[in-house]
Ligand binder design. Structure first.
Ligand code: NAX
Ligand code: K
Length: 491
């Protein structure tokens, strides 16, 4: 499990560790890791040109000490001192090693074309708000130049705790982060600025609190996924009810049922009107089907969880069916049109059994009356707030998916690919996560494992080219085999 923390959590841990160590040793550890990663990005350290952007805080200090180490190895290292003050000891050490201080004009396009690497040490976890001048101007110039950038600790301009980017921010190829991952490096928009994140161990581990954010590894997912035992039968493996699809949207029903079957539901009971029923029957003879002549699940047999909403429509019939599903005593995953119904009628959410909602930013905006752009800008915060306010588990879809539940660290999923941004893939995700709910996983686990498998299946299906939602369904078993470390050709 990869764990990540807010700036305050990191500061508190650093404080305790620093008190136990000789002055400056943490920064030397940080700088040494930073120099090692930077050196590996250069074809040859000796003779290469490195430019440091140095801010007024300790982030600039890290850059100066790393610059010193690179200068000692024969690099030509120059520093732009952008702050009103500069880390004194770092600057002295840098100068003694042969580093040169240059003016801000060194970021002119012509000059940057002679530079092999930029180290961005303008600001780290100490940032507040949008980058001010002259930092913002330097960042714009560097971003516009074709020069690789290593961000020190955090790309300058990214809020380390939330991933917010309130103004200009460095676009780094690599971010060398000190002591522990910062939450804002793992969730967009911050993550998109960070590039590859390399962690430098400075001994902070024992002093860190419970994490703010967690990223599951394949091993974590493999351990959480249900596995059929010798005693399993289709009922014990989990029966999922699917209330999805309508006359207008038949495909959503097909994709949701497909996702659920491929993700290992012991049985899928599909309930819908005649048009989607015909389609589901044609695509998935495995599904057990109830054709509804009224909007009630009274005639559908026992299930362990429901998926409600993909392609369901938002008319009175859909509303009544949603009410009937939500009146059951099993976990319900609410997606798509059912989210619109719930946004209109919050009383639908009054139930005691667990609820997992799977909105994208626009759907969450409708549900919480927030602004869509603000949600995109601060995904962690909004997912958590919605989970707390609505008393549900929230899976906020997007390039980095966030699963939030009250009193638990947000789980961020990064297995997806931008090829997944195509019609119907959300229905597949609902089916996958619903199947995991039916197999007994809680909403938090089902949401995070579902997002992981769905993203990975998308990656496998895309393989660098466009995909369809049906392709994602087909690759879910490959994704499961991949996390289990089993060869794809065996079962
Ligand atoms: N103290 C230590 O021993 C260690 C420090 N570390 C480094 O120290 C950093 C934190 O250092 P600081 O606490 O000094 O903070 P930073 O260096 O991150 O930033 C603080 C400075 O940035 C300025 N600033 C804040 N917001 C700004 C904005 N929007 N525009 C322009 N300037 C802005 C502030 O005026 C202040 O001078 C970490 O990110 C990390 O790089 C790590 O190396 C671990 C060890
Ligand atoms: K930085």
């Amino acid at each position: 499990m990869r764990t990540a923390y807010t700036a305050d959590q990191i500061r508190a841990a650093e404080h305790v560790l620093m008190a136990r160590l000789p002055e400056g040793s943490l920064m030397r550890r940080a700088a040494s890791g930073l120099a090692t990663v930077s050196a590996a990005l250069l074809p040859m350290v000796y003779g290469s040109r490195v430019l440091l952007l140095v801010g007024s805080g300790d982030n600039g200090g890290d850059a100066l000490y790393a610059g010193m180490l690179l200068a000692r190895r024969g690099a030509r290292v120059e520093a732009i001192l952008a702050g009103t003050r500069t880390h004194e000891a770092g600057l002295e050490a840098f100068r003694l090693a042969g580093g040169r201080v240059v003016g801000p004009e060194a970021v002119d396009r012509a000059d940057l074309s002679f530079v092999d690497l930029v180290l961005d040490g303008l600001v780290g976890i100490g940032v507040t708000g949008a980058l001010r001048e002259p930092y913002a101007g330097l960042v714009r110039a560097v971003n516009a130049a074709p020069v690789p950038v290593v961000a020190v600790d955090v790309p300058s301009g990214v809020d380390a705790s939330t991933g917010r980017v309130p103004g200009t921010a460095i676009e780094a190829q690599v971010t060398v982060t000190m002591g522990a991952y910062k939450a804002g490096l793992l969730v967009d928009p911050g993550a998109a600025h960070a590039g590859v994140v390399e962690l430098v161990d400075i001994g902070l581990g024992p002093y860190l609190p419970d994490p703010d954010v967690v990223v599951l590894t394949p091993e974590d997912v493999a351990e959480l996924l249900p596995r059929p035992s010798n005693e399993s039968d289709k009922y014990r493996r989990g029966v999922l009810g699917v209330a999805a699809g309508s006359v207008q949207y038949t495909g959503a029903a097909v994709l949701t049922v497909g996702g659920a079957l491929r993700a290992g539901a012991g049985m899928v009971r599909y309930a819908g009107q005649s048009a989607p029923v015909g389609q589901v029957r044609a695509h998935w003879p495995e599904a057990v089907i109830t054709e509804l002549d009224r909007p009630s699940i009274g005639e559908v047999g026992r299930v362990q969880a429901w998926v409600l909403g993909p392609g369901l429509g938002t008319d009175d019939w859909a509303h009544e069916l949603a009410r009937s599903v939500l009146a059951s005593d099993v976990p319900v995953l609410i997606d798509a049109d059912a989210l619109t119904l719930v946004a209109r009628d919050r009383s639908l959410l009054r139930r005691t059994a667990p609820v997992l909602i799977t909105p994208h930013a626009g759907e969450l905006a409708r549900l919480t009356r927030a602004d869509r752009d603000q949600i995109e800008a601060a995904r962690l915060e909004h997912a958590h707030r919605a989970a707390t306010e609505l008393g549900v588990t929230v899976l906020l879809k997007g390039s980095t998916t966030v699963v939030a539940e009250q009193h638990r660290p947000a789980r961020v999923n990064r297995t997806g690919t931008s090829w997944l941004a195509t019609g119907g893939t959300g229905d597949v995700l609902s089916g996958v996560a619903g199947a995991l709910l039916a197999q007994g996983l809680g909403c938090y686990e089902a949401g995070s494992c579902g997002a992981y498998l769905h993203g990975l299946a998308g990656r496998i299906a895309a393989h660098g080219a466009p995909l369809t939602a049906a392709d994602v369904v087909a690759e879910i078993p490959s994704a499961i085999r991949t996390v289990r470390g089993e060869p794809r050709s065996t079962t």
